[in-house]
Design a protein around this ligand. Sequence first.
Ligand SMILES: [Zn+2]
Length: 567
Amino acid sequence: MSHDLVIASGSVVDGTGGPATRADVAIDGDRITAVTAPGQAGAARRTIDADGAVVTPGVVDVHAHYDGQATWDSLMAPSSWHGVTTVVMGNCGVGFAPVRPSDHDALIELMEGVEDIPGTALHEGLAWDWESFPEYLDALDRRPRDIDVAAQVPHGALRLYVMGERGSRRDAATVDEIAAMGRLAAEAVRAGALGFTTSRTRNHRTSTGDWTPTLTAAAEELAGIACAIGETGAGVLEVVSDFADEDAELGTVLGMAEASGRPLSISIVQHSARPQAWRRLLEAITDANLRGLDVTAQVAARPVGVLLGLRTTLSPLGASLTARGVGADLEALRRDEVREAVLAEMAERPSLFPWDQVFCLDDPPDYEPAPESSVAALAERLGVTAPGFVYDRLVAGDGDALFYVPFLNYVDGDLEAVREMLSHPHAVLGLADGGAHVGTICDGSFPSTMLTHWVRDRTRGERLSLEHVVAMQTSRTARMVGLADRGVIAPGYRADVNVIDLEHLTVRAPTVSFDLPAGGRRLLQRADGYLHTFVAGTETYIAGEHTGALPGRLVRGPQLAPQGALA
Ligand SMILES: [Zn+2]
């Protein structure tokens, strides 16, 4: 009897955090069936020589926003270009179900504002052949994809569905309304939603400038919904919050885990307004776990940064009316009189971002740029003004030059805070936000940055071990959301596998594409060095190119670990 596939002699990093070992990995059907010493796996219909390469579980990305894209596109790019084989969406309280037909526009405005996905693309792309969350899951189920997707029920949509106008106005929910939201959330979880998510950050607004409906939801409302989910015996909870009033907010957020007994994850980033708050929040998470709660921090791989270019949402030329008039018309921008007019307008008003916090984004990008490489520092060395430097760089090439403004996790001008977050025992990789912020941020590449920057390239401080980094984005994320059948290379687990040329793995610069529905714009980003990616035993990507295979499905609800699994 021969195996379907043997990935031979690779350095296997199994996702558990245990040491890399040279081994053969045998795959039959959609499962890993054996992990043996090199040369011992037996015959196979196909053998991949992985000598010199690293073999890891596929990435389980627990924080994405493909809620719209997953209904109209079979490729979950850019995440699926970065070794991701399962993506969990519906985060941060936004999504598209449940929904009344009269509320389609409201949910689009919410998604457009909060996650910067063009409303025109959503209007054209969303078929809206659902109303309830279970119907939305059925719609997702009808489309095969390159990777698995799992959905969560978003508080924003629930609030609008149950409370109507009052929900978006952020009125307090009545006892009956809380019960109704709880019933619908539990119904969603029973139908296969992985969990429930909510947003309590002032960074999130609708496209018409209103706060999100969930911003100020009361502790009773959150605990009530969580409690109803708890009664199903399944489901996880996800919260993003500013934690402006730390103690009170911690009480409210942890109250959801207390009321329901369900696992909770919280986004943790470093804000410039309160640069040490993340540390206190991580301590609170440690304490909560000591008290018996299951609470995890979702942390980022690098700064969360805004990209500025001629074709992104925000232009480095700021509010200059002349610049806006000519847009990305390079010929016009190269005319002296236009250049002079734009620079004169820029000199008149404060720039959108301080120039010492703006960096050139090269290919490959440096996501931990040193202060001496800021636009301000570079311009000074060249004896030119910062706006002049930026302008000339923008028009020099074919107009796709980008600048990078790290605005979270970069208060200290380096990633030491992020290293501490990534080293925390209750932290997993999160916040990649694939499918969202498509005109300003491109962080779907986080899993690749984990492998390149943190394992191999970092020079401005300590690095992290390959085994730790892989565990943080495979088995630990999988288990956090209840998908215990994946994220580990061991017999019985799903054959979601990456074969990576780690030595040459390279994150490429983001590029702007106009390939969303209605020609909508989005930032995309590729990586070189993923030799093979398998989803459920089927090869989906070879050297970054899609094979055409679509083995990915909707994952409904928690999945059990294989029998006798050690991990
Ligand atoms: Zn999010």
